[in-house]
Design a protein around this ligand. Sequence first.
Ligand code: NAD
Length: 509
Amino acid sequence: MAAKTTLAENRAKIEQYRPQVAAGGVQNLINGIKVPAYSGRTFTTLTPIDNSVICEVAEGDASDIDAAAQAAADAFPAWAALSGKKRRDLLYNVADLIEKHAEEIALLETLDTGQPIRYMSAAAVRGAENFRFFADRAEGARDGLALPSDEHLNYTLRQPIGPVGVITPWNTPFMLSTWKIAPALAAGCTVVHKPAELSPITAQRLAELVLEAGIPPGVLNLVNGFGETAGKALTEHPAIKAIAFVGESATGSHIMRQGAPTLKRVHFELGGKNPVIVFADADLDRALDSTLFMIYSLNGERCTSSSRLLVERSVHDEFTARLAERANKIKVGDPFDPATEIGPLIHPDHWEKVNSYVGIGQAEGATLAAGGGCPAGLEKGNYIAPTLFTNASSGMRIAQEEVFGPFLTVIPFDDEDEALAIANSVDYGLTGYIWTQNVTRALKMSHHLDVGMIWVNSQNVRHLPTPFGGMKASGIGRDGGDYSFDFYMETKNIAIALGNHRIAKLGVG
Ligand code: NAD
């Protein structure tokens, strides 16, 4: 795998792929055929490493979405009618192909997103796992419940809702796309995918591999373009029955509004400002490792990052001093270097946004204990040093707003009640991390934290059958395991009379 090779080897490999990608560009893929946008327009995708152009991308709009939605609608009856076993076999083929091309996918993802290759290699493999996981459940997806009453046998079954739209963000785009698309296909839905405009390259590879795996044309369609045009048209299209969306909370509000006239079912995975709460009795070494990993891995561009550290006052100074020392040693650099821990941020505009919070934190009176700004020698790319603010208070913007970068805000607390109040004081509610040896305290905190997912004495370790999703402004609905099928399928109840139950007679005088 690319993560195990050297920087020079990874660079040599990506230089082999780059001319092909530059020549072919990223097209739309509608009804099994790669096509440019109807308008002929394109936009460019840049590599965050030096902001040079990787390639041109088809700029789809409402007409391309219309063609893709029509293709998905035409392909739906046959795909939905296919046996679960056949769908499982085809999804296994996709997983095999992803594994076969995992190195290429990881390298392209690193080029397009700036994410370190050490993480992207695993993310490509996780994409294959997602396909296998949902493939294994395709046969049972329609199973329901038997709910007998005295006079009826009620039973439920599930059937795919229809063609669906999947809209994904720019962070870890390949893995996230598979997480959404694999259950949709396993359920029997057909899909129109609108990937993020800032990192579209691996979505095209996924659509190609799905076709190569033998999945019929029209089952997965790809339309590239901007959110306000292509994305909006997808959410408004009458043939599309549901929208699975991952992105910012504000965009979720737009999508809900846009989808209202056609009564779209929506599933939203949105932003986060997740607390990691460290009590003095915790295993502080492990808490330190986990805190660092959960904010500084994946460039901090991760919805579940632990971007607020709430630490008990008695250990605050020692813990934050160790944190700063380690943060300063994190290796920022070329994401193709397997030793690199933080690569460049996705786009210069995003760099400006993340770096602006350094000034905001200073103006608010928090202490800049590490980072801020671009490390020397890396000015050509969107690099930022891992940033740490200590002595913050929960009302500050750096303690409330999602920065979405390698940026950690530390807030001291005195007791459980104060920790809970601070943790719940934000608009978001995606994840929470609790570090303590006291099981009663861990349970009490877990039950009162307003978040969808909690890890106790643990970093974020995904178990695919468990529900994934957030509360408050962090999302609507859950996916993972059977929860994904509940979203992509309709549940139908069938009631069969067991005998001659009473039927009121009207019109008999
Ligand atoms: P974004 O909301 O700007 O864009 C996400 C996608 O939505 C893109 O494909 C974009 O083109 C599209 N879009 C934008 N406006 C649209 C509109 N009006 N109608 C339809 N589609 C539209 O998000 P981003 O900046 O790409 O991603 C970062 C955000 O994603 C962060 O807030 C992060 O927390 C969130 N995220 C959440 C999760 C989760 O599981 N909760 C996972 C990853 C990322």
